[in-house]
Design a binder for this molecule. Structure first.
Ligand code: GN1
Ligand code: MG
Length: 369
């Protein structure tokens, strides 16, 4: 829970600490997020913030992580200014602590950060989601990658080493199966068999990134709709949020991860697999927005592998859920004992759909090149 001490530890323009409205935001599996506003300043753009407690079980180097976010938000602010925009309404702005840092460590050793609340903004998934929403989401990713194309990726630390090293995720799965720490391996034999049968796709992106066939770029690594902020009135994209996993990587990670979430007809933890389908229309719309906005800076190798990326990133997330199920749910938060297994099955259904339709998906993507 957030305390007044934490709120007072940042230099904000909150005036009345007795009139705070504090709302816990429940989306996200990792950090704790609170919207905080000074009710006496309602109707102005002042006194309104997002506070987050960083999960240091997962982000082991919170100082490095905050340095990444600081560099990227400062760069985004400069880009906004150069385009004649107000950075405070178009990009994320980190507040400084009273110790002049972009984070604050509370008495219990928890790391906190504070952002200005983006005025008049909502998450893209809050408005009615139509196929055209995916054109917009694809365009937002293209703009994000373009904006950071001139940013020196080597300045950023790798917040979670090997985050999308699918070969390593596969190795971790094998270890989780061998160790079977939860004793649940017998409950998921089918899923284990399926996961192990796809070792051949684990090197497609990471091997090319390592040997230079794919370029290293600044990537966001969590490009779902709820991480895209739009203007509540004209519904234009403002910026991407959730910059925890901004790291050097492949553009294909972001494209694939966006389709993992946005290509599905159902929630990530829908248990009824008859409701879980990979929607070609969403893929097509996302390609229209993304390739339309990024084709001049993407290489042909990147453009060639977009459908594979959707399969690989979905598979990777599936094996992460399965590994966590086998480990006894130590990473992702779960609401019931089979939650991670349900998520893994759900992701594997999508992987089957994508791999079964690769030729058609290539034809779709190629229309926009
Ligand atoms: C985690 O907490 P959230 O939803 O932002 C995870 C992503 C997964 C996602 C699956 C740092 O993200 O990689 O794709 O869950 N983030 C981390 O829902 O592991
Ligand atoms: Mg995230």
């Amino acid at each position: 829970m957030i305390t007044i001490d934490v709120i007072k530890s940042f230099r904000t323009d909150i005036e009345d600490y007795d009139s705070l409205e504090i709302t816990k935001i429940e989306s996200g599996h990792i950090n704790q997020t609170y919207e905080v506003r000074d009710k006496t300043l309602a109707g102005t753009f002042r006194g309104h913030y997002i506070f987050q407690r960083i999960n240091t079980n997962i982000f082991k180097d919170p100082v490095g992580l905050m340095n990444n976010i600081m560099l990227v938000t400062e760069f985004a602010a400069k880009t906004a200014v150069a385009a004649g925009k107000d950075p405070k309404t178009n990009t994320l702005t980190l507040m400084k602590s009273v110790q002049d840092k972009v984070y604050y460590v509370d008495g219990e050793g928890y790391y906190w950060r504070c952002y200005l609340f983006l005025p008049n903004s909502v998450n893209l998934d809050v408005v009615e989601v139509t196929p055209n929403t995916y054109v917009q989401a694809g365009g937002a990713l293209a703009d994000f990658q373009r904006m950071l194309a001139d940013f020196d990726a080597s300045k950023l630390c790798e917040v979670i080493p090997g985050f999308h090293d699918t070969r390593n995720r596969f190795k971790n799965l094998k270890k989780a199966i061998e160790e079977n720490r939860s004793g649940r391996a017998s409950q998921c034999e089918e899923e284990i068999k399926f996961a192990l049968s796809l070792e051949n796709i684990t090197g497609t992106v990471i091997d090319r990134l390592r040997d230079g066939r794919l370029p290293l770029r600044v990537t966001h690594n969590d490009t779902k709709l709820s991480n895209i902020m739009i203007d509540n009135d004209n519904h234009e994209v403002l910026c991407l949020i959730d910059l925890d996993t901004v790291m050097p990587g492949s553009a294909l990670y972001d494209f694939g991860d966006a389709l993992r979430a946005g290509g599905s007809s159902a929630a990530e933890d829908e248990a009824d697999l008859s409701k879980v389908k990979f929607l070609e229309l969403n893929f097509e719309k996302y390609c229209e927005g993304y390739i339309g906005g990024a084709r001049d800076f993407l290489t042909s190798e990147e453009l060639d592998l977009l459908p594979e990326a959707a399969a690989i990133l979905t598979y990777e997330c599936g094996i992460r859920f399965l590994s966590d199920f086998l480990d006894g749910d130590t990473y992702f938060s779960t609401k019931y004992p089979e939650h991670n297994l349900v998520r893994a099955r759900n992701q594997f259904k999508l992987v089957r759909d994508i791999l079964g339709n690769l030729d058609r998906l290539h034809a779709i993507a190629n229309k926009f090149r």
